[in-house]
Ligand binder design. Structure first.
Ligand SMILES: [Zn+2]
Length: 152
């Protein structure tokens, strides 16, 4: 009886670890995205939590190799060849940073094209983003939901 309990306990622990690592954003885990900065990491973790909450978190996130700060001419952010690069000037503007990060994750994880709201080609000013954020967010989640089974 005791060994049965121990076996059950071990299986339960393995399941918990498996669930915990499947969406982890840990640079030590192979196959997980490397995030080079604590601010970016916090923002991505928040995005992950929102997507999870809406049951739309896609495993393609783990195919991303890196999310980091970097300059690219004329763009607030870029996502190419499994990397997302965010302009370091956004470090001081959390609203624009969040908008840009969600935008690039939309391209990279859900293959969203440019449209409206968060997937607009132009980066709006912070005030406009703040006023419309909840509407943008709902619209974005709907777009991700639509695309989640068509990203491969
Ligand atoms: Zn874009």
């Amino acid at each position: 009886m005791r060994s049965l309990f121990i076996a059950f306990f071990i299986v339960a622990m393995i399941s918990i670890v498996a669930v915990a690592t499947s969406v982890s954003i840990n640079s030590k885990n192979k196959g997980s995205v490397v995030i080079t900065d604590p601010l970016l990491k916090t923002e991505v973790q928040m995005w992950v939590a929102v997507m999870k909450h809406h049951d739309v978190l896609h495993s393609k996130l783990n195919r991303l190799e890196e999310i980091s700060w970097g300059k690219s001419t004329g763009h607030a952010g870029v996502s190419a060849s499994n990397k997302i690069i965010i302009d370091p000037s956004l470090r001081g503007d959390i609203t624009k940073l969040r908008f840009t990060l969600w935008h690039e994750l939309g391209h990279a994880v859900y293959k969203l094209s440019h449209s409206s709201g968060i997937m607009s080609e132009e980066l709006p000013d912070s005030k406009f983003i703040k006023v419309n954020w909840w509407e943008f967010r709902e619209d974005y989640i709907t777009k991700c939901k639509k695309n989640q089974y068509h990203v491969y």
